[in-house]
Design a protein around this ligand. Structure first.
Ligand code: CMP
Length: 592
C-alpha cells in the first residue's frame, strides 16, 4: 500500500471491520465494543491481517476521546462538578492509592523493582474514559446522581494522571529508571519546582477555562449561528472542541481529554449547546469506535498463551481488587451501597491512560515489554467483561437488599439525598433556561405567524438576529425619505404610519419598514409611536440573508408590501378627490 494513503486506509479498514464485527457481536448478544476490539486485533500487526497503521489509529482514537469528553462536558455544568467534588476527590485519590498499592504488591511478588511496580500499579489504577462513558450511556446513567459521581471521579483521575505523566520523568532516576529516557527531559530542575510548575499550569488552565471561556465561547457560537450556515456552525463547534483540547494540551500540559471536557462545559453554558451536541454526535460515535479498534491493534494475542496466570492476576486486580477498593471508599464516605456498586463497576477496567503511562514508563526504563503486554491484555479482557461487572453489581445490590434490608435501605441515604437534591436543583435551572428559550420562540411565532413556516432550528436562529428596541409616545421610529437599514417587528404598543397625510395604525404583531429593504428606495412614510412600543429590529443584512434562505418569508413580506402600496395608491387617489377626508383608522390588511 503506498505510504501516502495510510490515513485513508486506516480509517476505511477501521470503519469497515468495526461495523462488520460490531454487527456480529451484536448478533451474538455481546456488547458491540467487543466486536470493535476484535476488528482491531484483525487489522493490527500481530495477526496475519496487518492492514492498518497502529500509530495512525492511535491518533484517530484520540480524536474519539476528545469528542467524547467534549460531549460529556456539554451535559455537565461547572456546578455539577462542584456538587460532586467531595466524593469524587476523596474517592478517586483514595482508589488510585489503593489500586496502585495492590499492583505494587503483585509485582513485588513477581520480583519486579519498586519503580517498575509503582508505574505498573498506577497504570492499573485508572479507568478508561471512553469505556466508562459508553457503559454509563448504555445504562442511561450519565444524567443521574450515580453517573455524575462516576464522571466527577473520572475527571479527578484524569487530573491525577496528568500529574503522574508530568512527574514521572522527574522521578525516573530516583525510581531506578533512566533519567533521560527517550524523551531526554533530563534537565527539568528540582522535583519541587516541576511539581509547582505543573500545579500552576493546571490551575492556570482551570482559571482561564472558568473566567475567559464563558465570556468568549458562547458569543462566538451566537455569531456563527447568526450566519445561518449549518455547516459553519458544526465546523465552529468542532473547531472549538478540538482547538481548545489541543491548545490546552500544548500550552498547559493537560490531557486532550481534559481540555475537551472543559471546552464542553464552557459551551454547555450557551443557549445553543443542544445544537452543538447534536451536530458533534455522529463524529463522536464514529471516532470513539476507532478508539476500540486502535486498542485491539496494539494487542499481541500470544501473551495470553505465554503468560495466562499473570494476565489472570492483573485482570483479577482490575475487576475485583479495584472495585472493592472503590466500594469501600464510597461506604467510608457514607454514601449508599448502590452508588458504590455502580461506581465500582464502571471503574472495573483500564484503557487509554494506562497505555500512555506504560509507554512513558517504558521510555524511562520503568516498564518492561512484558509489563506493557500484560497491561494491554488486561485492558482488552477487562473492557470486554465490563458488562459483567455491571451485572454483578446489580446482583450484589439485590442480594444485600434481601440479606440486610434495613442497612441497604438506610445507609448513606441522607448524603445521597442531599447530593441528588443539589444536582436536581442544578438540572432544573438548566431546564428552566431551556424552557424559557422555547417559550420565547413559541411566543414569537404566535405574535408573528409569518414565521410559522420556518423550521424550529431556524426560528431559534432568527431570534438571535433581532435586536430589541423601545420607543416612547410621539417618538419617530422611521422617517420618510431616509435610507432604510432595518425592518421593525412590533411586539407591543401602537404606531401610526403617515400615509399621504392620513394615519394607518399598526398594532403588536405587525411589521413595517420592509419596503425600503425590498426595493432599496428611501422610506415611503413616517412611522411614529403612539404609546410605549417594543420592537424587534432586523438589520438589512440579516433580512437579506434570512429571506434568501426562506423564500416563503420573503414572498409573504413582499405580498404585504405590495398590498400596502396598492392601498397607498388608492388612498392617494381618494385624497386627491376628497382632500379633507382623513382615514384615521386601522387597516385590517396591514395589521396582520
Ligand atoms: P418603508 O417604506 O421602509 O418605511 C415606511 C413604512 O411604512 C413602509 O416601509 C411600510 O412598512 C409602512 N407602510 C407604508 N404604507 C403602509 C400602509 N398603507 N399600511 C401599513 N404600513 C404601511
Amino acid at each position: 500500500m503506498p505510504h501516502d494513503v495510510n490515513l485513508i486506509a486506516t480509517i476505511a479498514i477501521g470503519f469497515v471491520l468495526a461495523s462488520i464485527f460490531g454487527y456480529l457481536a451484536d448478533r451474538l448478544r455481546l456488547p458491540a465494543l467487543v466486536g470493535y476490539l476484535i476488528a482491531g486485533v484483525f487489522a493490527g500487526p500481530f495477526t496475519p491481517g496487518n492492514l492498518a497503521d497502529p500509530v495512525m489509529a492511535g491518533q484517530l482514537a484520540e480524536i474519539g476521546v476528545i469528542l467524547l469528553m467534549f460531549g460529556v462536558g456539554l451535559h455537565f455544568s461547572a456546578s455539577d462538578l462542584l456538587a460532586v467534588r467531595g466524593i469524587a476527590i476523596f474517592g478517586a485519590v483514595g482508589q488510585i492509592v489503593l489500586a496502585t498499592l495492590m499492583g505494587m504488591a503483585l509485582t513485588h511478588f513477581w520480583g519486579w523493582d519498586f519503580g517498575q511496580g509503582l508505574v505498573f500499579g498506577l497504570c492499573i489504577s485508572v479507568a478508561s474514559t471512553v469505556v466508562l462513558l459508553k457503559a454509563l450511556e448504555e445504562r442511561n446513567l450519565v444524567q443521574n446522581t450515580m453517573g455524575r459521581v462516576a464522571v466527577g471521579w473520572l475527571i479527578v483521575e484524569d487530573l491525577a494522571m496528568v500529574l503522574a505523566l508530568v512527574l514521572l520523568p522527574a522521578f525516573a532516576q530516583t525510581l531506578g529508571g533512566t533519567a533521560g529516557g527517550e524523551y531526554a527531559a533530563a534537565d527539568q530542575g528540582p522535583v519541587w519546582l516541576v511539581l509547582l510548575l505543573t500545579l500552576a499550569k493546571v490551575a492556570g488552565f482551570v482559571l482561564i477555562a472558568a473566567l475567559v471561556g464563558p465570556r468568549v465561547v458562547p458569543g462566538i457560537l451566537i455569531r456563527v449561528a447568526k450566519t445561518g450556515s449549518r455547516e459553519l456552525f458544526t465546523l465552529s463547534v468542532l473547531a472549538l472542541a478540538m482547538g481548545i483540547a489541543f491548545g490546552s494540551a500544548a500550552a498547559f500540559g493537560v490531557s486532550f481529554a481534559l481540555g475537551a471536557f472543559f471546552a464542553g462545559v464552557i459551551m454547555g453554558e450557551s443557549q445553543l449547546s443542544h445544537r452543538a451536541a447534536a451536530n458533534s454526535l455522529p463524529l463522536q460515535d464514529a471516532f470513539s469506535v476507532l478508539f476500540f479498534v486502535s486498542i485491539g491493534m496494539l494487542f499481541d494475542p500470544t501473551v495470553i498463551i505465554e503468560k495466562p496466570l499473570e494476565v489472570l492476576a492483573v485482570v483479577a486486580l482490575i475487576v475485583i481488587g479495584k472495585p472493592i477498593a472503590a466500594l469501600l471508599i464510597v461506604l467510608l464516605l457514607r454514601f449508599p451501597l448502590k452508588l458504590g456498586l455502580i461506581v465500582s463497576a464502571s471503574l472495573a477496567q483500564i484503557g487509554e491512560f494506562s497505555f500512555i503511562l506504560a509507554g512513558l514508563g517504558a521510555a524511562y526504563g520503568l516498564m518492561t515489554n512484558e509489563g506493557q503486554s500484560l497491561i494491554l491484555a488486561a485492558a482488552i479482557v477487562s473492557i470486554t467483561i465490563n458488562p459483567l461487572a455491571f451485572i454483578a453489581a446489580e446482583r450484589i445490590g439485590k442480594w444485600a437488599g434481601r440479606r440486610f434490608p434495613d442497612w441497604t435501605e438506610n445507609f448513606g441515604k441522607a448524603k445521597e439525598r442531599a447530593l441528588a437534591a443539589e444536582l436536581r436543583r442544578i438540572r432544573s435551572e438548566t431546564e428552566k433556561r431551556e424552557h424559557e428559550q422555547a417559550r420565547k420562540i413559541t411566543e414569537f411565532v404566535e405574535t408573528f405567524p409569518l414565521f410559522k413556516a420556518v423550521n424550529a432550528e431556524d426560528q431559534e436562529e432568527l431570534l438571535l438576529l433581532f435586536a430589541p428596541k423601545a420607543a416612547s409616545p410621539g417618538e419617530r421610529v422611521v422617517r420618510v425619505g431616509e435610507k432604510g437599514d432595518a425592518m421593525y417587528f412590533l411586539v407591543s404598543g401602537t404606531v401610526v404610519v403617515d400615509v399621504n397625510g392620513h394615519g394607518v395604525q399598526l398594532k403588536g404583531g405587525s411589521f413595517f419598514g420592509e419596503m425600503a429593504l425590498l426595493t432599496g428606495a428611501p422610506r415611503t412614510a413616517d412611522v411614529t409611536a403612539v404609546d410605549y412600543c417594543n420592537f424587534l429590529v432586523l438589520s438589512q443584512r440579516d433580512f437579506r440573508q434570512f429571506t434568501s434562505r426562506h423564500p416563503a418569508v420573503r414572498e409573504a413580506v413582499q405580498a404585504m408590501a405590495e398590498e400596502r402600496l396598492a392601498m397607498n395608491r388608492a388612498a392617494a387617489t381618494v385624497v386627491d378627490h376628497h382632500p379633507d377626508e382623513t382615514a384615521d383608522n386601522e387597516t385590517p390588511a396591514a395589521n396582520r
